[in-house]
Design a protein around this ligand. Structure first.
Ligand code: F6P
Length: 322
């Protein structure tokens, strides 16, 4: 391998820039040419790329978003689009790729490898933390800290007005943002798709526990079966008409902001590992961190969404929300 390309794809996540910096600098360290491909698979299909040097990634470790931009490409979903992407890589003399993103990114990468035999290593970049083969994805730690910060503020006003707040957090199919931020903010209830809770049980519990509680925070993951925050608010109001209920949908603030130190270090480690993995002949795998060790997981296992969360965390949330 003499030359690598890298891109970010899918929803952006804080720490992606730190990963870009690590991949570029590791590539240069090993005397490779490094090309940045813009807007994910879209840029690959269009051949929208440029050569990067150590300076092109200076002063970005602390910045949210992604300097390479990101997109969800329709063209790459077609055989013709992927053929065009391959031709563009050949034209530019790029031998291997590093793909930073989530399950959609790795699904595309796997298809590309099957059809064109281009070595690709993935780096997990998504706030959702919904990949196997890594304890945490890049962006998750920053996102949950953003949620904790916002909910702490909401708690202040909720307590002053004796209100119930339903706070909706991101996580299309996953409740991991909700679960950890719920524990971290002392939420009275956490609604996540993985827990399969009957919402009327949650309402019963609210009725039984400390009737004189002044404020209550219910965190709901956007993918939960109980519905979005407004639906949950209606059900709370129907059951407890005397409660003063408000809704707050945190939305895309969870995807922005400067990455936490945890995310910067994780991104730096996985960026180095991805390039070293390619040089060691690996392909079709995602670099991740399990415990203290960097490890590699095949794409099809990494993207398996397991609807199971750590039961100890669920238990803790339940015990402490009394
Ligand atoms: O995949 C990350 C994520 O933040 C999900 O939690 C959310 O549902 C989705 O992206 C929203 O993405 P967008 O607004 O970019 O379509």
């Amino acid at each position: 391998i003499k030359s690598i390309g890298l891109f970010t794809s899918g929803g952006d996540a804080p720490g992606m820039n730190a990963a870009i910096r690590a991949v570029v600098r590791t590539g240069l360290y090993y005397d490779l040419k490094v090309f940045g491909i813009t807007r994910g698979y879209d840029g690959l299909v269009k051949g929208d790329l440029y050569e990067m040097d150590a300076k092109s990634v200076a002063n970005i470790i602390q910045r949210g978003g992604t300097i390479l931009k990101t997109a969800r490409s329709q063209e790459f979903l077609t055989v013709e689009g992927r053929q065009q992407a391959y031709d563009k890589l050949q034209e530019a003399g790029i031998d291997a790729l590093v793909a930073i993103g989530g399950d959609g990114t790795f699904t595309g990468a796997k298809k590309f490898i099957d059809e064109h035999d281009v070595p690709i290593i993935g780096i997990p970049g998504t706030i959702d933390n919904d990949l196997q083969g890594t304890d945490f994805t890049i962006g998750y730690d920053t996102a949950i800290n953003t949620v904790v910060d916002a909910v702490d503020k909401i708690r202040d006003t909720a307590e002053s007005h004796d209100r119930v707040f339903i706070v909706e957090v991101m996580g299309r199919d996953s409740g991991l943002i909700a679960l950890r931020s719920g524990i971290g903010t002392g939420a009275e209830a956490i609604l996540i798709p993985e827990a399969n809770l009957d919402f009327s049980d949650t309402l019963d519990r609210m009725d039984k526990t400390r009737k004189n509680k002044s404020s209550r925070i219910i965190i709901v993951a956007e993918g939960d079966e109980a519905g979005g925050a407004f639906e949950v608010a209606d059900r709370v109001k129907n059951r407890f008409p005397h409660y003063d209920v408000r809704v707050s949908v945190l939305g895309h603030i969870q995807r922005g902001g400067k990455p936490s130190c945890m995310d910067r270090v994780l991104a730096s480690r996985l960026g180095v590992a991805a390039v070293e993995g390619l040089l060691a002949g690996k392909s079709g795998e995602m670099a991740g961190l399990i415990g203290p060790d960097v490890c590699f997981t095949p794409f099809d296992r990494a993207i398996k969404h397991i609807r199971e969360v750590n039961p100890n965390l669920l238990k803790i949330a339940n015990i402490l929300s009394l």
